[in-house]
Design a binder for this molecule. Structure first.
Ligand code: GLU
Length: 563
């Protein structure tokens, strides 16, 4: 407690000094929660301390405030901590081991948004030499997609993750049944057969539904009936008893298990009673010894439900660390919309280059380390944030620039004939400008009717006037003599001079198709060395952008990453 008070004092003093000697309790609370999200579970206690400290600090003279602030030191902001690595986790002393889990629903692939929970959970488990669990939350038979179990694992492996334990909730149904029976037997849950709408009205009014008073025997009989398969979907649920005056109506007597007649893609018709998220997540987090949970703040209401169950069962709730929403402008599709768009043919698949799924990013040459860095850069803040594509690209560029070999690529090619060129057969250029160890590539030159034949891009060609001099990059300077369907130029000199530099291809140029992030195919010609690349290679088409090679044969296809 003393420790918390000291930390609060630092924040309050800073706030007072920055605001003409008057600290504001609300703004201090906001900062504290944003910077130390683990304290969120103690909001009540914390706000009392903050109020007290604000009163104390506001009664000091500003000299005194400055003096005290120097004495206690400025608070450590998350931003600073993040730069050095991950912030420390709160309440470590409550657990013998840090155990985290990533609990995806296998109903779609991972994308930048949900990769956040995976990355944070994994990083923290590794930081504290703890345990990282992968748990598929597949208790909604209507939504589960069978291929997603492997798909998600592939996504995680691509991110460089390994997990110490793996579970699927659909393999653990009996455990949830046992727990449900215990709660029904102890009068902490009941079988509710009320119409959902009617129940909602009573619940919102804070009133019990008629099923709430059923005896243990009646509840157990109702439960047996549910299990026997005799109850129609929607006709009964098991509810957890809570305070009917709970400020959040969604928490009041929340539903824990329901009847689902749709066969489960994994277990078929074996089970017809399925736990709802709050029920199975609670039992699993407890049984698996999860110490710290990372999840979006949209789960706040769920967490309140889960806490009521932990109380009933006398369990300690893990440390729940919430973070704000992460918007990715331009990638607005929800899982359901994505799946619909794929089956309707509007998207080509989960790796459609227009999506922000990890598999689409991979396809476009975004490195897993980039994803990791940008997600860790956003960090644990409770404040909503937005991750722009530019941020992602800038991070990726930093990394691929070092490794990507360079090639000449000419979009919308126009033929250029150069007269009087010296008798060169080829030119050898560095594969990477600053890494000689990356070797050289050869660009053969085409001799054609007494001239030398090239292709340059229509765009470049348009910028050159007749009689204008330009440099065919890394090769020679020429003068444009005549522009037309085939342009004519005249050799001038070899040495570098200050004229526009233009990329070119010549003998053996290869047809290449580059898929843009808008899913449009751009056609062009690339230098012959591209043919020896492997699919998956990330390279730079000079002045055009970074691309990832998708295939070499029968066609050379690439996906565009960014500039
Ligand atoms: N399966 C849940 C989800 O993906 C997990 C949420 C949680 O962390 O509890 O939203």
């Amino acid at each position: 407690m003393e420790e918390i008070r000291n930390e609060v004092l630092k924040w309050v003093l800073t706030n007072a000094v920055e605001h003409n000697g008057k600290a504001d309790a609300k703004s201090v609370m906001g900062k504290l929660i944003a910077e130390l999200p683990g304290w969120k579970s103690k909001i009540g206690e914390l706000s009392l301390i903050v109020k007290e400290v604000v009163d104390e600090v506001n009664s000091m003279s500003s000299e005194e405030q400055n003096f005290q602030l120097k004495k206690v030191g400025a608070p450590k902001k998350a931003e600073h901590a993040e730069k050095k690595g991950l912030q420390e986790l709160p309440e470590l002393d409550r657990f013998p081991l840090v155990v985290t889990r990533f609990a995806p629903n296998p109903n779609g692939p991972l994308h930048l948004g949900n990769a956040r929970a995976a990355i944070l959970s994994h990083e923290y488990a590794r930081k504290y030499k703890g345990k990282f669990i992968l748990r598929f939350e597949d208790t909604n038979p209507e939504k589960v997609l069978l291929e997603m179990y492997e798909f998600i694992k592939r996504d995680l492996r691509w991110l460089g993750m390994s997990w110490d334990e793996e579970y699927a909730q659909s393999d653990r149904i009996e455990k949830y049944y046992t727990c449900a029976e215990q709660l029904l037997g102890e009068g902490k849950a009941y079988v509710c057969t009320c119409d959902v709408e009617k129940f909602r009205l009573m619940r919102d009014a804070g009133e019990p539904c008629p099923c709430r008073d059923k005896s243990t025997e009646e509840n157990l009989a109702g439960w047996s009936k549910m299990l026997s398969g005799d109850v129609e979907q929607g006709a009964a649920v098991v509810r957890i008893k809570t305070d009917l005056r709970h400020p959040n109506p969604a928490v009041r007597d929340w539903p824990a298990l329901r009847v689902v007649k749709t066969p489960h893609p994994k277990t078929g018709e074996k089970f017809k009673i399925w736990p709802l998220y709050n029920f199975s997540v609670s039992i699993d987090d407890h049984e698996m010894g999860v110490s710290h949970v990372f999840r979006g703040k949209e789960h706040e209401g769920n967490e309140q439900c889960q806490r009521t169950l932990f109380m009933h069962l006398g369990w300690d709730y893990p440390v729940a660390i919430q973070y704000g929403r992460l918007a990715i402008p331009g990638a607005p599709l929800s899982k359901t919309q994505t799946i619909q768009a794929i089956s309707g043919g509007k998207l080509t698949g989960f790796d459609d280059v227009r999506l922000a799924t990890l598999t689409a990013l991979k396809r476009r040459g975004i490195l897993p380390e980039t994803v990791r860095q940008v997600i860790l850069g956003v960090g644990l803040t409770l404040v909503d944030s937005s991750l722009s594509w530019e941020t992602l690209y800038a991070q990726n560029r930093k990394m691929v620039d070092e490794i990507a070999s360079r090639y000449f690529f000419v979009q919308n090619p126009v033929k250029l004939m150069v007269k009087n060129a010296p008798d060169l057969k080829e030119v050898s250029l560095r594969a990477h400008p600053s890494r000689p160890e990356a070797g050289e590539r050869i660009l053969p030159l085409e001799r054609d009717n007494g001239g030398m034949g090239f292709y340059i891009s229509r765009e470049d060609c348009d910028k050159i006037q007749e009689n204008g001099t330009f440099r065919l990059k890394d090769l020679m300077n020429v003068k444009m003599v005549k522009k037309g369907k085939v342009c004519e130029a005249e050799f001038e000199s070899l040495g570098i001079i200050n004229v526009p530099k233009i990329h070119w291809v010549s003998k053996g140029a290869l047809q290449v198709e580059v898929l843009t992030p808008e899913n449009e195919a751009v056609k062009g010609l690339a230098e012959p060395a591209v043919a020896s690349l492997e699919p998956g290679a990330i390279v730079q088409f000079e002045r055009y952008g970074f691309v990832r090679i998708e295939s070499i044969s029968p066609k050379i296809l690439a996906a565009y990453s960014h500039r």
